[in-house]
Design a protein around this ligand. Structure first.
Ligand SMILES: [Zn+2]
Ligand SMILES: [Zn+2]
Length: 231
């Protein structure tokens, strides 16, 4: 069963919080990590130029926006939506990512995308789990940021192995040909959405599939990123 709402206690400090919100405002404010690298989500000492030293050296890159680094108390909780079905985390974590995005747009660090598209889940997995966490996150972000959500335009046509423990080449092979774009209007300036980005292979693979079919992806969004800690 999907969790409806945890007793209205904050998952971090156990203090009372609003019904349906798994985190209290104090923990959310205390946990705000400040500026993060738009390449790998590593915390930055100062915002400009929005990328850390190692990401600035990369020629081919797409901005990645995350609410938290994964190795951060709130970043770690991003994985609990999928794994522990903690639906009460969806709202506060999506609020945090939406606020970060609005801040970046205001500062001109990043353009607004035209639409959002979540990483799809194979239907067998969807039946097992009962929900696609990434699709729920995309819908929540679309509502908050007033952007269309085009989740139905891509499907996962074959199940894939858990990416955990696979090296880069194995991950790419695992995902090869697993996504399929439903024919229709051209999609431009998309932001791809997932819960946690670990190596970025899933985003890159989905973006490559979309590009092959004439669509364009301009950025990646996730609640948390482990990119700067994964080699
Ligand atoms: Zn709290
Ligand atoms: Zn970086």
């Amino acid at each position: 069963m999907m969790e409806r709402s945890l007793p209205n206690r904050c998952l971090l400090c156990q203090q009372t919080c609003l019904q349906g919100r798994g985190l209290c405002d104090v923990c959310l404010a205390d946990g705000e990590p400040g500026p993060l690298c738009l390449g790998c989500s590593k915390p930055l000492p100062a915002p400009v130029p929005w990328r850390c030293g190692s990401c600035l050296g990369k020629k081919r890159w797409r901005p990645l926006v995350c609410a938290y680094p994964y190795h951060h108390p709130l970043g770690y909780l991003a994985g609990a939506i999928k794994i522990q079905r903690r639906m009460s985390l969806l709202s506060p974590l999506c609020d945090a990512l939406a606020q970060r995005l609005e801040g970046l747009w205001q500062l001109g660090a990043l353009p607004r995308p035209d639409a959002l598209l979540a990483v799809p889940m194979h239907r067998r997995k969807l039946v097992q789990r009962g929900f696609n966490h990434s699709a729920l996150i995309a819908v929540a972000l679309g509502e908050r940021l007033h952007l269309p959500v085009l989740n139905e335009r891509v499907i996962k046509v074959r199940p894939t192995r858990d990416q955990h423990g696979l090296n880069g080449a194995e991950r790419r092979r695992n995902l090869r040909g697993c996504f399929q774009v439903i024919p229709g209007a051209r999609m431009h300036n998309l932001a791809l959405v997932d819960d946690v980005v670990t190596t970025g292979t899933t985003f890159a693979s989905l973006a490559a599939t979309l590009r092959r079919d004439g669509h364009s992806v301009s950025q990646y969004w996730a609640l948390a990123s482990a990119l700067n800690t994964v080699s």
